[in-house]
Design a protein around this ligand. Structure first.
Ligand code: 2YJ
Length: 273
């Protein structure tokens, strides 16, 4: 999994990229709307203010990323949760959050980022959250994917989840990866594997780019919609001109889906009883 850097997430705390405005234009939904749908909550809005969320800074591995915990805190606050960053880091930070009776605890080391619901003792993982969030974005931007061709670039954790999710929605999924064996492994799920990445991109107009792959604009088909969680993120002028929509943010969509999905464990349980 790609490690984030301070410069990639610098605009997240203050929402410098106006993500809601961009997503509304591309998908007709806000970040919260996408996250509610991703979490399986069939509602336009939901008051999440009864949930407390803590972001715990983690020093292990390559250490703290400046602005990471603050970004996670800002994202859960924008969802309407009562949110804070713990004073302590690591295990002491987790203990601090549990001691304060926090409902949702968000923490990440280098390979893993989770959101833990202390009420239900269940966690949501960022790879799933990112795949589901970007798949829901694509589905809304494309006005449905059932029976349509979709290309998933990259067969890592996010690409694999995206493939499973899209196949579950009835899309005809083609996968491609620089290591062809990884794409080939997803044929067992019902996906088609394409070795030639350029051909795969040119043949499709609905794409999830879950790879650190900068797609040259000249191979992108006119009118494409690209839901693009992969970093580094860059599309040249030709690509931006040809695309109907390119959906990307460095952290917020996946994190919002994790947080809302965590809350949804509690909300769905209450609805059932
Ligand atoms: O707490 C901190 O400041 C650091 N331990 C944060 C580490 C951030 N985690 C990553 O960069 C992981 N690779 C997960 C990123 C998920 C983005 N979709």
């Amino acid at each position: 999994m790609t490690r984030l850097t301070e410069d990639v997430i610098w605009g997240v705390p203050d929402d410098k990229m106006d993500l809601d405005g961009r997503l509304m234009k591309a998908t007709g939904k806000t970040v919260k709307g996408i996250a509610l749908e991703a979490a399986g909550l069939d509602m336009d809005d939901y008051d999440l203010s009864r949930f407390t969320a803590a972001a715990v800074p983690v020093t292990s591995g390559l250490g703290i990323i400046g602005g990471f915990a603050k970004s996670v805190d800002a994202i859960t606050a924008r969802l309407g949760m009562r949110s804070y960053v713990t004073e302590s880091t690591d295990v002491a930070g987790f203990a601090e959050a549990v001691g304060k009776g926090t409902d949702i605890i968000m923490m990440s080391d280098d390979p893993m980022f989770i959101s833990y619901n202390t009420l239900e003792r269940k966690y949501t993982d960022n790879s799933w959250g990112t795949a589901m969030g970007y798949a829901v974005c694509l589905k809304n931007a494309a006005k449905g994917v059932e029976g349509k061709d979709v290309l998933v670039v990259g067969s890592g954790r996010v690409g694999t989840w995206a493939t499973k999710i899209l196949i579950g929605w009835g899309a005809n999924v083609t996968v491609t990866d620089i290591i062809h064996e990884k794409a080939e492994a997803l044929t067992s799920l019902g996906a088609k594997a394409e070795r030639n990445v350029e051909k795969a991109v040119s043949d499709n107009t609905l794409l999830i780019n879950a790879a650190p792959y900068i797609i040259p604009g000249e191979i992108i088909a006119q009118g494409s919609i690209i839901s693009s969680p992969g970093v580094p993120h860059y599309y040249d002028l030709e690509g931006r001109t040809r695309c109907k929509a390119i959906i990307h943010d460095p952290l917020e969509i996946g994190t919002a889906v994790m947080a809302v999905n965590s809350a949804a464990y509690t909300i769905k349980k209450e609805m059932r009883s």
